[in-house]
Design a protein around this ligand. Structure first.
Ligand code: ADP
Ligand code: MG
Length: 503
């Protein structure tokens, strides 16, 4: 076993298999330490976040990791039938505690199970658990006592015949001579009040007891209005709404071809579909590339202000369009991500909302090239290999190549020396490619050779273009003309000078 260390030192590991990964998903985010500090505050204080930076540097990773730091949802949301106006169902919010009490009530409504020794003798006898002759207990399904051989019911029968029901408090269910009896209804006095109590045979060795409370629970359950759970207590607390449509984001009411007709159709309360904003209640609503939902931003703003948002049928042609549910809770932590160039497309009031109750964060694109951060990159490699699941671990020399490449990329892309790139999605691609090469090689580890080859192969299409065409202008020109037009525009020779003698 490895001792968990905060820092990984390259000269202390032979392969990435020697690196113990942190349990906290936020500690798996590399090179964004200052960002993570704010993210931890946001999780604790339920603040909003705007994460700004180029693709592949961990914006989505952070948003998801934040949700691990939230307490689990505590509310359960149900749409309840409104008998007076079915197209205006009610919303009912219950806490975890109320749900648990309800489960307890339900359990109670099913009655309590007791062993025959725990009920009054007369009842155990009447239900056939106790022998009237010798007083021993045995299965209620045997009419003859297995202890003394006596008929367990003859005594009672005889007594009934001659004296009527001496015990008085018993009332037979079914035919009066229907013996053995499987149910006894009687009364008992609790706090000076007389209440009904029912004892039922539950199999050969147990008695079910239904007291006043359980009988009331049963009555309540029958009276209960029809309802439909829209947001269950057990749910994810991270909801991705990237590129969501209006109905996906805000919810909808499904169409019913029978228009919710009482006998044929599905009632409106059953056709309510929550939106992502509702599913994110008590959790995180994450929207990557926020500009892709440009026109929906104002709804998000309104949801954030009200912490509730109605669900309506959004298709005017549908029978759902007449349905509206008010006050559906949606108290979420909003996390949006975008690139710097897209900042201007975020609705200003939405931004000021985030600023007012949260943090706008510019992500780091590089980190200093030092021993500690090299160790972080090794940890990153271990994480990616672990996540991929199909590739072997990397040797220390292979990781060294990856680190060199990270330094190279920081210079190429961000033009900073002595730094490592944090555009890690691309680097993850290199690791996976190296892993695939190792697999094809039937090697137990990604070694130096695999990593070098992957670095060489994993160059972006832009780099490939530059290699071939030297500059982008030339590449664009050659790419966008057909051979004919190209010849006309760029050929230094007039058409007639072209040798077509082969025709
Ligand atoms: N800072 C980071 N630390 C660790 N892994 C990262 C980091 N940034 C990116 N990655 C890796 O790259 C993948 C893509 O990152 P992602 O969070 O989707 O980037 P973004 O949302 O900024 O485009 C992640 O799933 C993770 O495997
Ligand atoms: Mg992303």
């Amino acid at each position: 076993m490895y001792i968990h260390k905060k820092n990984v030192f390259l000269d202390e590991i032979e392969t990435t298999a020697d690196i113990e990964l942190p349990h906290d998903p936020l500690d798996r985010v590399i090179g964004q330490e200052n960002v993570i500090e704010l993210v931890k505050i946001a999780a604790k204080q339920r603040r909003n976040l705007l994460l700004v930076g180029p693709p592949g540097i961990g914006k989505s990773l952070i948003a998801q990791a934040l949700s691990f730091h939230l307490t689990p949802p505590n509310e359960h949301i149900t749409a309840v039938h409104n008998p007076e106006r079915p197209e205006r169902p009610f919303i009912e919010v219950k806490t975890k505690e109320e749900i648990e009490n309800e489960i307890e009530d339900k359990r109670r409504a099913e009655g309590e199970y007791l062993s025959p020794e725990k009920v009054p003798d007369a009842i155990a006898e009447r239900l056939g658990f106790k022998c009237v002759h010798c007083g021993s207990y045995n299965s209620a399904y045997q009419n003859i006592c297995s202890q003394c051989g006596g008929d367990k019911f003859s005594h009672i029968q005889a007594r009934r015949k001659h004296l009527g029901d001496l015990l008085g408090m018993f009332e037979m269910n079914g035919g009066s001579d229907n013996i053995p009896q499987d149910r006894v209804t009687t009364t008992r006095v609790v706090n000076d009040k007389e209440e009904v109590i029912i004892y039922e045979r539950a199999g050969g060795s147990e008695i079910k007891v239904l007291d006043q409370r359980s009988l009331e629970e049963r009555r309540k359950m029958v009276e209960n209005k029809p309802r439909h759970v829209i947001i269950p207590l057990e749910r994810k607390n991270f909801i991705q709404a990237t590129g969501a449509s209006e109905t996906e984001l805000l919810g909808d009411v499904r169409h019913d071809p029978y228009g919710g007709h009482y006998d044929l159709g599905t009632q409106p309360y059953e056709r309510i579909v929550p939106g992502a904003i509702h599913e994110a209640h008590e959790g995180v609503l994450f929207i990557d590339e926020i500009i892709h939902i440009a026109s929906l931003q104002r709804y998000i703003l309104s949801a954030m202000q009200e912490k509730s948002f109605p669900i309506v049928g959004r298709n005017p042609q549908s029978a759902g369009s007449s349905v509206k549910v008010e006050n559906v809770p949606c108290d979420f932590i909003f996390i949006a991500a975008c690139n710097i160039v897209d900042l201007k497309y975020i609705l200003p009031p939405l931004r000021s909302r985030i600023q007012g109750e949260g943090y706008e964060i510019l992500m780091n694109t590089i980190m200093t090239a030092d021993e500690k951060n090299a160790g972080k990159l090794a940890q990153f490699a271990a994480q990616e290999i672990n996540l991929d699941g199909k590739i072997p671990h990397a040797t220390s020399p292979a990781v060294q190549i990856l680190i060199k490449e990270a330094e190279n990329r920081a210079f190429l892309i961000d033009e900073v020396k002595n730094a490592y790139t944090l555009r890690l999605r691309d680097l993850a691609g290199v690791i996976k490619m190296a892993g695939d090469l190792a697999v094809m090689d039937e090697s137990n580890f990604i070694n130096k050779k695999h990593m070098s080859q992957a670095v060489n192969n994993a160059i972006s299409i832009e780099e490939q273009i530059l290699k071939r065409y030297k500059n982008f202008e030339k590449a664009f020109a050659e790419d966008s003309y057909s051979s004919h037009s190209f010849k006309q525009k760029h050929s230094p020779y007039p058409n007639e000078n072209i040798d077509r003698s082969y025709l």
